[in-house]
Design a protein around this ligand. Structure first.
Ligand SMILES: [Zn+2]
Ligand SMILES: [Zn+2]
Length: 128
């Protein structure tokens, strides 16, 4: 698939090397159908990006919802509204995440060295 088809909505799962993990229990979604679509219980795949049964993924650190791009990479298409209830989804926190890491002098390419808060929604709530 050509990236040019989706110039502003095709994004990467970052930081690279950061594995998918279930969202924190306190993370809530717009509706039950969204929550069900994001539930991932496949026994054959460790990562929903690899699982053909996964229609949508939620990237907790960035608060992004997306449709996985099945090209073997880690890209997904951002969606702005819930496909079921139509709720406007939260604005991506991707840029802010990078800004905060840079301000803190942290290297985003080293997922193992990042404070755990930056790999969940926690980093956003600390200064709410
Ligand atoms: Zn919804
Ligand atoms: Zn699977």
């Amino acid at each position: 698939m050509s990236a040019r088809l989706f110039p502003t909505h095709r994004v990467m799962w970052l930081p690279l090397g950061y594995p998918w993990r279930p969202a924190l229990a306190r993370v809530t979604h717009c509706c039950q159908r969204m929550a069900m679509a994001l539930e991932f219980t496949c026994t054959q795949h460790a990562d929903p990006m690899d699982c053909p049964d996964t229609a949508l993924i939620y990237h907790e650190p960035f608060d992004e919802y997306g449709i996985p791009i099945r090209d073997g990479g880690t890209g997904y298409l951002l969606i702005d509204n819930c496909p079921w209830c139509g709720t406007r989804l939260p604005a991506s926190q991707r840029d802010r995440w990078f800004d905060e890491l840079e301000a803190a002098g942290l290297d985003e390419s080293d997922a193992d060295a990042l404070p755990a808060a930056y790999l969940t929604a926690e980093w956003r709530s600390r200064r709410a």
